[in-house]
Design a protein around this ligand. Structure first.
Ligand code: 17E
Ligand code: FE2
Length: 416
C-alpha cells in the first residue's frame, strides 16, 4: 500500500487526554488539534479508531547478517554466547552477497510489518572479505524508502584478537559504516579489551561516527569495560553518540562498585541497550542455582536519568532460535526480567522501544510533533497497558505520510 494521507483522525496520544486530528502536509506533521468527539473519516483520512498513535518502533540492536541462519551448519547446543560465535564462524565462511541481502531484507520486511522504521544492525567485520558489510551497505540503500538503517562495524572475533582487526575496522569506516563497534569482553586479555575500547572510540570520534559497543556481555562481575567506555565518552564529550549494548555484567557487579560507576555514567550521558530475550537465554549458563538473569540494571539506569532501550538482538540465528519482529514481545519479556511490571513503569514502557531507541540511534527528527516527518504507528489499544496486554500487530505504519502497512484490528479497542 502506498497512499498519501491528509490526516490521521480519532488518535489517542500518550500523556494527553481525548482524541486528536493529526494533519499531514508534504510528508510532515503540519498540525495536531484536539477533537471534541469521534469524527467521521473523509477522503485521505486514516481513522485510528481511538487507538494510541505512537512514533514508529525502533529496533536499535540487531544482527541482520546472521538473521535466519539458526541451525546452519549446526545448532547451538549449549546455548552460550561462545558456542554461538563458533557456529557463526562456520556459517560466516559460506556467506555470499545474495545470501546476506535475501535474509536481511526478509527480516526487515518482518520488522516493517510490525511498525519498525528505524533499525541499527551490527555487521561482523572480522572477515577478510567483508562480504556481509558490502552486502549490508547495499541493503541500506535498497530499503531506504521504508526503513532508516544504521550499520555498525562489529568485530565479532575481536579487534586486538583477530588478524588485521584494526585494518578491517578502518576499512569499514572508509566504506561508510555509521557506527563503530567493539567487543572488549571477548578480546583475549583485559588489556586488549581496554586498548580496543580506547582505540575504537577515537576512531569513531575522528571520523564523526557513532559508537555502539557490545560491552560486558558476560556474567563475569570482573568484566569492567563499561567504565572505560564511559570515561572515554566523557573525555571527548561524546556521550550522546556512544551506546553501551548489553552490559550484562552490571547485573553481577556489587552495589558499592555500582554506586561509584553510576556517578561516571550520569556524567557521561551514555546510551544503554538491553536485549532481554537474548540475555535471559545466553547468560546464567555457567551458574547452578541460584541462577542469574544476566540483565543489566535497567530501572536503576532509568532512575539515574539515562536513556535505556530494548532490542531484539537476534532473529533465528546461532545465538537465539526464536524472534518474530514484534517489539511488544521484547518489551513484555524485558519488563518481566527487570521487575518493571509496576504500573508506573508500564505506563512509560513504550519509551523503551521508541524514544530511548531513537536517542541511542541519535535520530535528529523523531516523534509526533508539528514539523516532524509524518512517521507513526497506530497501535491496538488506548493506553500502553492495553497495548502491552494484547501485543497485537500495529494497525498501521505511516512513513512521510504514506501508509506502509495497514490491517484490521482484533477488536481490542472500543471507541467511547
Ligand atoms: N554476537 C555477540 O557477540 N553477541 C550477541 N548477543 C549476538 C551476536 C547475537
Ligand atoms: Fe548483539
Amino acid at each position: 500500500m502506498n497512499h498519501s494521507l491528509s490526516n490521521i483522525i480519532n488518535a489517542r496520544l500518550q500523556g494527553r487526554d481525548g482524541l486528536y486530528r493529526i494533519s499531514i502536509g508534504n510528508g510532515r506533521f503540519s498540525d495536531i488539534s484536539a477533537q471534541t468527539g469521534f469524527d467521521d473519516a473523509g477522503e485521505g483520512d486514516l481513522d485510528a479508531g481511538g487507538n494510541l498513535v505512537a512514533p514508529p518502533f525502533v529496533e536499535p540492536h540487531i544482527h541482520l547478517d546472521a538473521a535466519m541462519t539458526a541451525g546452519e551448519p549446526r545448532w547451538n547446543k549449549s546455548g552460550t554466547l561462545f558456542e554461538g560465535i563458533e557456529c557463526w564462524a562456520e556459517r560466516k565462511v559460506t556467506l555470499t552477497r545474495e545470501d546476506v541481502i535475501e535474509r536481511a531484507e526478509r527480516t526487515l520486511a518482518l520488522f516493517a510489518d510490525h511498525g519498525i522504521q528505524y533499525v541499527r544492525t551490527h555487521v561482523d567485520v572480522t572477515d577478510p572479505r567483508l562480504t556481509a558489510l558490502k552486502a549490508m551497505l547495499e541493503v541500506r540503500e535498497r530499503v531506504a524508502d521504508t526503513v532508516d538503517l544504521q550499520i555498525v562495524a562489529f568485530p565479532q572475533e575481536g579487534i586486538w584478537s583477530f588478524r588485521n582487526g584494526k585494518e578491517l575496522m578502518e576499512e569499514s569506516v572508509r566504506m561508510g559504516v555509521d557506527v563503530v563497534g567493539g567487543i572488549p569482553h571477548f578480546e583475549f586479555t583485559r588489556d586488549y579489551g581496554v586498548e580496543s575500547v580506547r582505540w575504537l572510540v577515537e576512531l569513531a570520534h575522528k571520523n564523526d561516527r557513532l559508537v555502539d559497543v557490545h560491552c560486558d556481555e558476560i556474567d563475569d562481575p570482573e568484566s569492567r569495560f563499561l567504565e572505560v567506555l564511559a570515561a572515554e565518552a566523557l573525555r571527548l564529550d561524546y556521550g550522546s553518540r556512544v551506546t553501551a549494548s548489553h552490559t550484562c555484567a552490571m547485573g553481577s557487579y556489587n552495589d558499592a562498585y555500582c554506586s561509584r560507576l553510576f556517578r561516571l555514567l550520569r556524567k557521561s550521558g551514555l546510551r544503554f541497550l538491553s536485549m532481554p530475550t537474548e540475555s535471559l537465554h545466553l547468560q546464567g549458563r555457567f551458574d547452578g542455582y541460584p541462577k542469574r538473569r544476566g540483565l543489566t540494571r535497567v530501572p536503576e539506569l532509568l532512575d539515574a536519568g539515562l536513556k535505556v532501550a530494548f532490542g531484539q538482538d537476534s532473529i533465528r540465528d546461532p545465538w537465539y532460535p526464536l524472534g518474530n519482529g514484534n517489539m511488544l514481545r521484547t518489551l513484555d519479556v524485558g519488563l518481566h526480567g527487570c521487575h518493571m511490571l509496576g504500573m508506573s513503569w508500564i505506563e512509560r514502557s513504550l519509551e523503551l522501544i521508541t524514544d530511548n531507541g531513537a536517542a541511542a540511534m541519535d535520530l535528529k527528527e523523531y516523534g509526533i510533533a508539528e514539523g516532524m516527518p509524518a512517521r507513526c504507528v497506530v497501535l491496538q489499544g488506548q493506553s500502553p497497558y492495553e497495548v502491552l496486554l494484547g501485543q497485537q500487530p500495529v494497525l498501521a505504519s505511516v512513513r512521510d505520510g504514506r501508509v506502509l502497512v495497514s490491517r484490521q484490528g482484533q477488536g481490542t479497542a472500543t471507541p467511547h
